[in-house]
Ligand binder design. Structure first.
Ligand code: FMN
Length: 332
């Protein structure tokens, strides 16, 4: 069910980051089975693709995914507003603007992390998007880019974009270097500065601030929340080891519900897979997101091998998942 403003905020205590090619609808469906509460983000969808390209299929998702946020890429206020309307009509619970992605393709379109250099434009984009939709408009940003001084630009950015009406930010606690580093290197090499994000918490009492970058356990997420941050966004760790991040999230982060069991989750994926195959989809499109389900647990290697070797074969179906579960069960 589509969520109201306050329940999406509550969900934002923990979120799974937007990740291109990773957090597609199949991945989000899996993550939702693991936690009823966690806030899920789509991969970035560019405003030009939706508005000029008419690529509305990029907005498709399953109703079970709520609460789910659509991340948009763009820098033209009018076009972003139109894209936000399409997202709101599709029923997304939040529209998020990407101001953190450093890839070349994204730079050439003047959006993503380069927008850290132009808070005035981001403010215009947010104001225009907010005028156009009722769902919350949020921003995901870095602490700065290139030779910017994060201690100067981050508060300036939050202040200007906050004044335009964005009340919720996710801050990837490292700079992006727009020249010389690949997108992957930009997620690892620039040093993390959690203290700066924490200081923003003190400076901007009215804003909802989530921290992102390098968080690899639920313990660490809890520490940030205890230290006063409003939310924690986890990317790679949630993808590679969803059980570690999501299976206990409802109880530990939201104080409700029971832990999910990855074996049960794998079984609950079977009807979803069957429907996907009936609609002409391929098994591997779903199972590729399930490879990490038993990461670090007995039987994990066999599980991964059976799925990754078998899922591409013609005629492969849900029974491959059951077959891959055998060694996990046997090792338990
Ligand atoms: C494969 C991949 C794709 C990504 N795509 C996006 C994206 O579309 N939009 C975005 O804002 N960030 C994107 N990111 C960055 C993540 O959202 C996140 O900020 C980053 O991975 C740091 O968090 P982590 O250390 O928890 O992974 C991507 C990251 C990865 C690994």
């Amino acid at each position: 069910m589509k969520q109201g403003f306050s329940s999406v905020r509550a969900a934002a205590r923990l979120s799974v980051a937007p990740m291109m090619d990773w957090t597609d609808r199949h991945c989000r469906y899996l993550h939702r089975l693991m936690s009823r509460n966690v806030l899920l983000y789509t991969e970035m969808v560019t405003a030009p693709a939706l508005v000029r390209g008419g690529a509305l299929h990029l907005l498709e998702y399953s109703p079970q995914e709520h609460p789910v946020a659509l991340q948009l890429g763009g820098s033209d206020p009018e076009e972003l507003a139109q894209a936000a309307v399409l997202g709101a009509k599709a029923g997304y619970d939040e529209i998020n603007l990407n101001c953190g992605c450093p890839s070349d393709r994204v730079q050439s379109g003047t959006f993503g992390a380069i927008l850290m250099k132009d808070p005035g434009r981001v403010a215009e984009c947010v104001a225009e998007m907010k005028r156009a939709v009722r769902v919350e408009v949020t921003v995901k940003c870095r602490i700065g880019v290139d030779d910017q001084d994060p201690a100067e630009v981050l508060p300036e950015f939050l202040s200007r974009v906050g004044a335009a009406g964005c009340q919720r930010f996710t801050i990837h606690a490292r700079k992006a270097w727009l020249q010389g580093l690949s997108p992957k290197e930009n997620r690892d090499i620039p040093p993390l500065d959690y203290d700066l994000v924490q200081r923003m918490r003190g400076l901007f009492g009215g804003l909802h601030l989530s921290v992102n970058g390098g968080i690899t356990s639920l313990d660490q997420a809890e520490q940030f929340l205890e230290a006063g941050l409003d939310g924690v966004m986890v990317g790679r760790a949630a993808y590679h080891d969803p059980t570690a991040i999501l299976a206990q999230a409802d109880r530990r982060i939201y104080g409700e519900g029971t832990d999910s069991d990855p074996v049960e989750v794998a079984r609950q994926m079977l009807p979803y897979i069957a429907t996907h195959l009936e609609a002409g989809g391929k098994l591997a499109q779903v199972t590729r997101h399930m490879l990490g389900l038993f990461a670090g647990r007995p039987g994990a290697r066999h599980w991964r091998r059976i799925l990754s070797e078998g899922a591409h074969k013609p005629g492969a179906g849900p029974e491959l998942v059951e077959q891959a579960l055998d060694p996990v069960m046997a090792a338990a």
